[in-house]
Ligand binder design. Structure first.
Ligand code: ADP
Ligand code: ADP
Length: 225
Protein backbone atom coordinates (compact mmCIF):
# COMPACT_ATOMS: atom_id res chain seq x y z
CA UNK A 1 0.00 0.00 0.00
CA UNK A 2 1.41 3.39 -1.03
CA UNK A 3 1.45 6.36 1.29
CA UNK A 4 1.97 8.84 -1.56
CA UNK A 5 0.53 8.56 -5.04
CA UNK A 6 1.07 11.24 -7.67
CA UNK A 7 -0.68 10.54 -10.96
CA UNK A 8 -0.20 12.50 -14.19
CA UNK A 9 0.43 15.71 -12.26
CA UNK A 10 0.64 18.86 -14.35
CA UNK A 11 1.17 22.36 -13.03
CA UNK A 12 0.99 25.49 -15.13
CA UNK A 13 1.57 28.79 -13.30
CA UNK A 14 -0.73 31.72 -14.11
CA UNK A 15 1.96 33.25 -16.35
CA UNK A 16 1.91 30.12 -18.54
CA UNK A 17 5.06 28.40 -17.19
CA UNK A 18 4.55 24.62 -17.27
CA UNK A 19 6.51 23.69 -14.12
CA UNK A 20 5.35 20.04 -13.96
CA UNK A 21 4.26 17.93 -16.89
CA UNK A 22 2.72 14.47 -16.47
CA UNK A 23 4.61 13.56 -13.30
CA UNK A 24 3.70 10.18 -11.79
CA UNK A 25 5.23 8.15 -8.96
CA UNK A 26 4.25 6.19 -5.86
CA UNK A 27 6.02 6.06 -2.53
CA UNK A 28 5.78 3.20 -0.04
CA UNK A 29 5.49 3.73 3.70
CA UNK A 30 8.96 4.18 5.22
CA UNK A 31 10.75 4.96 1.96
CA UNK A 32 13.34 7.73 1.86
CA UNK A 33 13.25 9.53 -1.48
CA UNK A 34 15.41 12.31 -2.94
CA UNK A 35 14.07 14.57 -5.66
CA UNK A 36 16.95 16.09 -7.57
CA UNK A 37 17.34 18.15 -10.73
CA UNK A 38 18.66 21.46 -12.05
CA UNK A 39 17.31 24.81 -10.88
CA UNK A 40 13.89 25.34 -12.38
CA UNK A 41 13.28 21.60 -12.90
CA UNK A 42 10.07 21.75 -10.81
CA UNK A 43 11.24 20.35 -7.47
CA UNK A 44 9.76 23.04 -5.23
CA UNK A 45 6.53 23.07 -7.20
CA UNK A 46 6.23 19.32 -6.66
CA UNK A 47 6.81 19.60 -2.90
CA UNK A 48 4.16 22.31 -2.62
CA UNK A 49 1.65 19.93 -4.21
CA UNK A 50 2.38 17.21 -1.63
CA UNK A 51 0.97 19.46 1.08
CA UNK A 52 -1.86 21.02 -0.93
CA UNK A 53 -0.28 24.47 -1.18
CA UNK A 54 -0.90 24.41 -4.93
CA UNK A 55 -3.83 23.06 -6.91
CA UNK A 56 -2.96 20.81 -9.87
CA UNK A 57 -3.70 22.03 -13.37
CA UNK A 58 -4.32 18.34 -14.11
CA UNK A 59 -3.71 15.03 -12.38
CA UNK A 60 -4.30 13.59 -8.96
CA UNK A 61 -2.54 13.30 -5.63
CA UNK A 62 -3.35 10.87 -2.84
CA UNK A 63 -1.75 10.89 0.60
CA UNK A 64 -2.48 7.74 2.59
CA UNK A 65 -6.22 7.19 2.35
CA UNK A 66 -6.95 10.79 1.39
CA UNK A 67 -7.38 11.95 -2.19
CA UNK A 68 -6.24 15.60 -2.18
CA UNK A 69 -9.15 18.01 -2.10
CA UNK A 70 -10.32 21.00 -0.15
CA UNK A 71 -12.22 18.65 2.18
CA UNK A 72 -9.22 16.42 2.97
CA UNK A 73 -6.68 19.24 3.28
CA UNK A 74 -6.69 19.28 7.13
CA UNK A 75 -6.02 15.52 7.19
CA UNK A 76 -3.31 15.86 4.60
CA UNK A 77 -1.57 18.70 6.44
CA UNK A 78 -1.48 16.50 9.56
CA UNK A 79 -0.01 13.59 7.63
CA UNK A 80 2.60 15.56 5.70
CA UNK A 81 5.06 17.66 7.70
CA UNK A 82 6.61 20.28 5.42
CA UNK A 83 9.91 21.95 6.21
CA UNK A 84 10.76 24.92 4.02
CA UNK A 85 14.24 25.80 2.86
CA UNK A 86 14.34 28.98 4.91
CA UNK A 87 13.42 28.30 8.58
CA UNK A 88 12.49 31.99 8.92
CA UNK A 89 9.37 31.17 6.88
CA UNK A 90 8.32 28.75 9.61
CA UNK A 91 9.31 30.43 12.89
CA UNK A 92 7.18 33.41 13.83
CA UNK A 93 6.36 33.18 17.55
CA UNK A 94 8.19 35.00 20.39
CA UNK A 95 9.84 31.84 21.74
CA UNK A 96 10.97 28.47 20.44
CA UNK A 97 8.51 26.80 22.83
CA UNK A 98 5.57 28.77 21.40
CA UNK A 99 6.58 27.91 17.85
CA UNK A 100 6.71 24.18 18.54
CA UNK A 101 3.44 24.37 20.56
CA UNK A 102 1.60 26.27 17.81
CA UNK A 103 0.54 23.27 15.70
CA UNK A 104 -0.63 20.99 18.56
CA UNK A 105 -2.53 23.91 20.15
CA UNK A 106 -4.11 24.79 16.86
CA UNK A 107 -5.66 21.33 16.54
CA UNK A 108 -7.10 21.70 20.02
CA UNK A 109 -5.02 19.26 22.02
CA UNK A 110 -5.20 19.60 25.82
CA UNK A 111 -2.45 21.70 27.43
CA UNK A 112 -0.68 18.74 29.05
CA UNK A 113 -0.51 16.88 25.75
CA UNK A 114 0.76 20.01 23.96
CA UNK A 115 3.48 20.39 26.58
CA UNK A 116 4.50 16.74 26.31
CA UNK A 117 4.69 16.95 22.52
CA UNK A 118 6.76 20.14 22.60
CA UNK A 119 9.27 18.66 25.05
CA UNK A 120 9.48 15.43 23.10
CA UNK A 121 9.98 17.18 19.72
CA UNK A 122 12.62 19.58 21.10
CA UNK A 123 14.43 16.75 22.82
CA UNK A 124 14.42 14.75 19.60
CA UNK A 125 16.19 17.55 17.69
CA UNK A 126 18.54 18.34 20.59
CA UNK A 127 17.04 21.77 21.22
CA UNK A 128 15.32 21.44 24.60
CA UNK A 129 17.77 23.97 26.06
CA UNK A 130 16.62 26.56 23.49
CA UNK A 131 12.94 26.52 24.44
CA UNK A 132 12.84 29.99 26.03
CA UNK A 133 14.92 31.63 23.30
CA UNK A 134 13.64 33.89 20.57
CA UNK A 135 13.84 32.00 17.26
CA UNK A 136 15.48 34.95 15.47
CA UNK A 137 18.42 34.79 17.92
CA UNK A 138 19.31 31.22 16.94
CA UNK A 139 22.07 30.08 14.58
CA UNK A 140 21.17 28.66 11.17
CA UNK A 141 21.59 25.06 12.32
CA UNK A 142 19.56 25.67 15.48
CA UNK A 143 16.77 27.32 13.49
CA UNK A 144 16.66 24.36 11.14
CA UNK A 145 16.36 21.90 14.03
CA UNK A 146 13.63 23.98 15.68
CA UNK A 147 11.75 24.18 12.37
CA UNK A 148 11.88 20.38 12.26
CA UNK A 149 10.59 20.24 15.86
CA UNK A 150 7.57 22.40 14.89
CA UNK A 151 6.69 19.68 12.39
CA UNK A 152 7.58 16.66 14.59
CA UNK A 153 5.23 17.95 17.31
CA UNK A 154 2.38 17.17 14.90
CA UNK A 155 3.53 13.52 14.58
CA UNK A 156 3.53 13.48 10.77
CA UNK A 157 3.76 10.19 8.85
CA UNK A 158 5.70 11.90 6.08
CA UNK A 159 8.49 14.44 6.35
CA UNK A 160 8.93 16.67 3.31
CA UNK A 161 11.97 18.96 3.18
CA UNK A 162 13.20 21.46 0.64
CA UNK A 163 17.03 21.49 0.58
CA UNK A 164 17.50 20.40 4.22
CA UNK A 165 21.27 20.94 4.38
CA UNK A 166 21.51 24.19 2.42
CA UNK A 167 23.29 26.98 4.26
CA UNK A 168 24.46 24.79 7.15
CA UNK A 169 28.05 24.59 8.40
CA UNK A 170 29.63 21.10 8.26
CA UNK A 171 28.93 20.36 11.94
CA UNK A 172 25.26 21.38 11.77
CA UNK A 173 24.91 19.49 8.51
CA UNK A 174 26.20 16.29 10.10
CA UNK A 175 23.95 16.79 13.14
CA UNK A 176 20.95 17.26 10.85
CA UNK A 177 21.76 14.15 8.82
CA UNK A 178 21.94 12.04 11.97
CA UNK A 179 18.62 13.47 13.10
CA UNK A 180 16.98 12.68 9.77
CA UNK A 181 18.46 9.19 9.69
CA UNK A 182 16.69 8.53 13.00
CA UNK A 183 13.31 9.56 11.60
CA UNK A 184 11.97 6.21 10.47
CA UNK A 185 8.79 7.36 8.74
CA UNK A 186 8.57 8.31 5.07
CA UNK A 187 10.98 11.07 4.00
CA UNK A 188 10.97 13.11 0.81
CA UNK A 189 13.77 15.66 0.22
CA UNK A 190 14.88 17.91 -2.57
CA UNK A 191 18.62 18.38 -2.49
CA UNK A 192 21.74 19.49 -4.35
CA UNK A 193 23.79 17.76 -1.62
CA UNK A 194 24.56 14.47 -3.35
CA UNK A 195 26.53 13.07 -0.39
CA UNK A 196 23.45 13.54 1.76
CA UNK A 197 21.25 11.95 -0.89
CA UNK A 198 23.53 8.89 -1.09
CA UNK A 199 23.73 8.69 2.70
CA UNK A 200 20.03 9.11 3.49
CA UNK A 201 17.91 8.25 0.46
CA UNK A 202 17.57 4.75 -0.92
CA UNK A 203 15.64 6.07 -3.91
CA UNK A 204 16.14 9.07 -6.20
CA UNK A 205 13.79 10.74 -8.65
CA UNK A 206 15.41 13.07 -11.20
CA UNK A 207 13.22 15.86 -12.52
CA UNK A 208 14.15 17.59 -15.75
CA UNK A 209 12.09 20.46 -17.18
CA UNK A 210 9.04 19.34 -15.24
CA UNK A 211 9.22 15.67 -16.21
CA UNK A 212 10.49 12.56 -14.41
CA UNK A 213 13.76 11.74 -16.17
CA UNK A 214 14.76 8.84 -13.90
CA UNK A 215 13.37 7.06 -10.86
CA UNK A 216 15.11 4.20 -9.07
CA UNK A 217 17.59 3.08 -6.40
CA UNK A 218 19.96 5.98 -5.63
CA UNK A 219 23.16 4.07 -6.33
CA UNK A 220 21.90 2.90 -9.74
CA UNK A 221 20.71 6.38 -10.62
CA UNK A 222 24.15 7.85 -9.90
CA UNK A 223 25.99 5.07 -11.75
CA UNK A 224 23.95 5.70 -14.90
CA UNK A 225 24.25 9.48 -14.66
P1 ADP B 1 13.12 24.01 -8.72
O1 ADP B 1 12.60 23.92 -7.33
O2 ADP B 1 13.49 22.70 -9.30
O3 ADP B 1 14.21 25.03 -8.87
P2 ADP B 1 10.60 25.33 -9.30
O4 ADP B 1 9.52 24.39 -8.96
O5 ADP B 1 10.92 26.42 -8.33
O6 ADP B 1 11.91 24.50 -9.67
O7 ADP B 1 10.28 26.02 -10.68
C1 ADP B 1 9.86 25.29 -11.84
C2 ADP B 1 9.54 26.29 -12.96
O8 ADP B 1 8.41 27.07 -12.60
C3 ADP B 1 10.65 27.29 -13.24
O9 ADP B 1 10.66 27.57 -14.62
C4 ADP B 1 10.23 28.50 -12.45
O10 ADP B 1 10.75 29.69 -13.03
C5 ADP B 1 8.73 28.44 -12.56
N1 ADP B 1 8.03 29.05 -11.42
C6 ADP B 1 8.19 28.77 -10.10
N2 ADP B 1 7.33 29.48 -9.34
C7 ADP B 1 6.61 30.23 -10.20
C8 ADP B 1 5.56 31.18 -10.05
N3 ADP B 1 5.06 31.49 -8.85
N4 ADP B 1 5.07 31.77 -11.16
C9 ADP B 1 5.54 31.45 -12.38
N5 ADP B 1 6.52 30.56 -12.60
C10 ADP B 1 7.06 29.97 -11.53
P1 ADP C 1 -8.54 28.62 -3.55
O1 ADP C 1 -9.82 28.68 -2.79
O2 ADP C 1 -7.34 29.00 -2.77
O3 ADP C 1 -8.57 29.29 -4.91
P2 ADP C 1 -9.21 25.85 -4.06
O4 ADP C 1 -10.53 26.13 -3.44
O5 ADP C 1 -9.18 25.43 -5.48
O6 ADP C 1 -8.23 27.09 -3.91
O7 ADP C 1 -8.44 24.75 -3.21
C1 ADP C 1 -8.01 24.98 -1.89
C2 ADP C 1 -6.84 24.04 -1.66
O8 ADP C 1 -7.24 22.69 -1.83
C3 ADP C 1 -5.74 24.35 -2.67
O9 ADP C 1 -4.66 24.99 -2.04
C4 ADP C 1 -5.35 23.01 -3.21
O10 ADP C 1 -4.05 22.67 -2.77
C5 ADP C 1 -6.33 22.01 -2.66
N1 ADP C 1 -7.05 21.39 -3.79
C6 ADP C 1 -8.28 21.70 -4.24
N2 ADP C 1 -8.65 20.92 -5.26
C7 ADP C 1 -7.65 20.06 -5.46
C8 ADP C 1 -7.42 18.98 -6.37
N3 ADP C 1 -8.29 18.59 -7.28
N4 ADP C 1 -6.25 18.32 -6.29
C9 ADP C 1 -5.37 18.69 -5.39
N5 ADP C 1 -5.51 19.70 -4.51
C10 ADP C 1 -6.63 20.38 -4.53
Amino acid sequence: HHIVEVKNLRHVYPDGTAALDDVSFRITHGESVAIIGANGAGKSTLLLHLNGYLTPTAGEIRIGDFPMSKATLPNIRRTVGMIFQDPDDQLFMPTVYDDVAFGPMNIGLPAAEVDARVKCALEHVGALHLQEKAPHHLSGGEKKRVAIATVLSMSPDILVMDEPTSGLDPFSRRQLMELLRDFHHTKIFTSHDLDMVICLCERTIILNEGKVQADGPTLEIFQND
